[in-house]
Design a protein around this ligand. Structure first.
Ligand code: DAH
Length: 344
């Protein structure tokens, strides 16, 4: 009896070794073999159930052989598992092979907004002329936006600024000129600043109007500043932005905060000054307001007009960008359409 069982186990062992060492075992088959041989109800355990009629020594003997076989099978199965794992890893590696000849994906680069391009050019020029950057709030009060700039409440110039009011006294600044006032109230002369930023007016939107737009403002105050200084710096500035071949013209004008005042024109780049539709057949394009700081403004900020003179200027950045790049609709600046932005 014992010998017969031992023989059967031996046969099973040989069969098992062959199966567990065979080449093309996959994970699933290996799992079912493990259950078949080593499972609680597996073949090896089934031998132990047949031992009831045997003596204790015989039981021990068979038990030993069964256990040795279990240990052997377990080892073989574990070996096989590692082998399969290795093969699968190798396969994964091969599938993941990187083809270095595939062309790369082109990532899209960002673009500078044209208004930023212009603002940087403007800063560049004026920093080179030893101006520094000043800042002021977009929410202003009546005093800085109008009163101190010599624009009294009943002054007709207020019609030029269709103002967005927050309350009776508080408003969205209609120009960057209040930064002149804030700067002069905060420091003693000499002053050499530019400022740039958003301005607001109660305009209906069309191709040349937007209720929010940008301005650059400049202010220079010192002893013996003359209209000649203003003309010199602004002529150099216009040529830097638009090109050396462009002509610059100063036309008498009026602003409450400057006296005398001028409107600055650049010769039309499309017709070279001959006159065309773009310049209204005048050969000139208006680009900014400027003038000598009005003594009334100096008085408002506590500067002595008999000791100091100065000039100021202000311009719309959208307008400069539109003229420079031949953009015919101001709304394009705010839509952020990449087809537009990618051109600058
Ligand atoms: N603040 C004026 C405007 O918004 C522009 C301007 C004109 C500013 C003349 C100045 C200046 O500093 O001197 O229309």
């Amino acid at each position: 009896m014992v010998e017969k069982i031992k023989e059967e186990i031996e046969k099973l062992k040989e069969e098992g070794i062959e199966l567990l060492k065979s080449k093309n075992l996959d994970k699933e088959t290996l799992k079912s073999l493990r259950i078949k041989y080593l499972g609680r109800k597996g073949v090896l355990n089934s031998f132990l159930k047949r031992l009831s009629s045997l003596s204790p020594e015989e039981k021990r003997e068979i038990g030993k052989v069964v256990n040795q076989t279990k240990v052997l099978f377990t080892a073989l199965i574990e070996d096989k598992e590692r082998e399969i794992e290795k093969i699968e890893a190798q396969k994964r590696l091969e599938e993941e092979k990187i083809d270095v000849t595939i062309p790369g994906r082109i990532s899209r680069v960002g673009y500078k907004h044209p208004l930023n391009v212009i603002m940087e050019e403007i800063k560049d020029f004026f920093f080179g002329m030893n101006f520094s950057l000043a800042e002021g709030p977009e929410i202003e009060d009546d005093y800085h936006n109008f009163e101190a700039l010599n624009i009294p409440k009943d002054h007709p110039a207020r019609d030029m600024h269709d103002t967005l009011f927050v309350s009776d006294n508080v408003l969205l600044r209609t120009h960057t000129s209040p930064v002149q006032i804030r700067t002069m109230l905060a420091q003693k002369p000499p002053v050499r600043i530019i400022t740039m930023g958003r301005c607001y007016r109660r305009d209906a939107v069309d191709s040349t109007h937007s209720p929010m737009f940008h301005q650059v403002e400049g202010l220079l105050v010192d002893k013996n500043v003359s209209m000649g200084d203003l003309k010199g710096i602004l002529t150099a500035f216009v040529k830097r932005i638009f090109g050396e071949d462009r002509k610059v013209r100063f036309r008498p004008s009026f602003f409450p905060f400057t006296e005398p005042s001028a409107e600055v024109d650049v010769s039309c780049g499309i017709c070279k000054g001959k006159g065309c539709k773009a310049c209204g057949y005048t050969g000139w394009l208006e680009i900014m307001g400027a003038g000598m700081v009005d003594p009334e403004v100096f008085k408002a900020v506590g500067y002595d007009p008999s000791e100091y003179t100065g000039f100021a200027f202000g311009m719309g950045i959208e307008r400069i960008a539109m003229l420079k790049y031949n953009i015919d609709d101001i709304r394009l600046f705010y839509e952020n359409d990449l087809r537009f932005l990618s051109q600058f």
